[in-house]
Design a protein around this ligand. Sequence first.
Ligand SMILES: NC(=O)c1ccc[n+]([C@@H]2O[C@H](COP(=O)([O-])OP(=O)(O)OC[C@H]3O[C@@H](n4cnc5c(N)ncnc54)[C@H](O)[C@@H]3O)[C@@H](O)[C@H]2O)c1
Length: 353
Amino acid sequence: MGKLKIGVIGAGSISDMHLQSYQKNERAELYAICDKNTVRAEEKANKYGAARVYGDYRSLLADQDIDAVSICTWNHSHAEIAIAALKAGKHVLVEKPLSTTVAEAKQIEETVKQTGKILQVGFVRRYASNTAILKDFIDADEIGEIYYAKASCIRKLGNPGGWFSDIERSGGGPLIDLGVHVIDICWYLMGKPRVKSISGNTYSKLGNRSNIKNLSFYKAADYNPEINTVEDMANALIRFENGASLMVDVSFTLHAKQNEISIKLYGEKGGLEVEPELSLITEKYNTILNMTPQVDSLTFDFEQGFQNEMDHFVLACLGETETLSPVEDGLEMMKILCGIYESSEKGMEISFD
Ligand SMILES: NC(=O)c1ccc[n+]([C@@H]2O[C@H](COP(=O)([O-])OP(=O)(O)OC[C@H]3O[C@@H](n4cnc5c(N)ncnc54)[C@H](O)[C@@H]3O)[C@@H](O)[C@H]2O)c1
């Protein structure tokens, strides 16, 4: 059987993770790269050995040789490109977030149903080996019912600028960029309960703080401090139909002493810490135990996570497995993210039927 021919659309920062992972996958052939910045696309094609380069995604999709695509473009173009790709008969891996609105996410879901093609959402943390370890404990009922989770992803200074801080292209700030990962991994490990109500707050108090000196932070390639139309920070309390709840806070900037990533889940029989370090908490013979697994990395291994994600996508396209992050999960996450923005705008809790 021939190799799965892959096209990657969007050749910016995160594309490297997709490109190098496909390059290392023996069942896939990295075949084409597209970016509206064709110089960037050509550079990446040379670096990773892709045969074809396109400046317009429609031309790439018209290429009959391509079986599947990764979409690594700005958030607001995900829906348009994903729908066009599915209609062109391609399997799709779309970076998170699935879209920037719930309506778009529903259209994508509808197109997946119509075409019967695979769509995987780039919830890379689901593919981390540490997540698989915790999933084994949860599935074996070692943790019991998880009724509370708490996630933080706080940057004291780190608004990347460029498209990230332009709401037209990003759909939002730290909530849609960082919150999507930490909310999703909690929701996934909680067993994907249906959301019942959301109370959220967003703040735009500090701006991008481009005045700060002597402290470096990640900036988008097209960094421009003049553009900043997204929130600085967001928090939310999410209630689920099964009674469980999730508390989350995220920021691009905050008067915080240090950056923080923390993802913790609490069940009736035990607790789990995904970040800052893998850990399990339980009780045995009237004693509370903290358990540290002996594994290669106690925190998220970025490169391994992406390799696992692409390997899984390739196998799903070849019909040998099912994706761990299907379109309906991408849609649920858009309901949650947009629900937080809506609750904040209205200044009140919002409910789902
Ligand atoms: N999974 C993760 O951990 C993770 C991390 C970073 C970014 N992302 C996601 O990946 C996507 C890209 O982020 P990035 O940091 O690589 O951004 P980036 O700006 O570095 O790269 C995006 C590239 O897409 C190109 N592009 C934009 N619209 C296009 C279009 N319509 N047709 C062709 N090319 C187009 C741009 O020219 C640019 O080169 C975003 O959706 C982001 O949320 C995911």
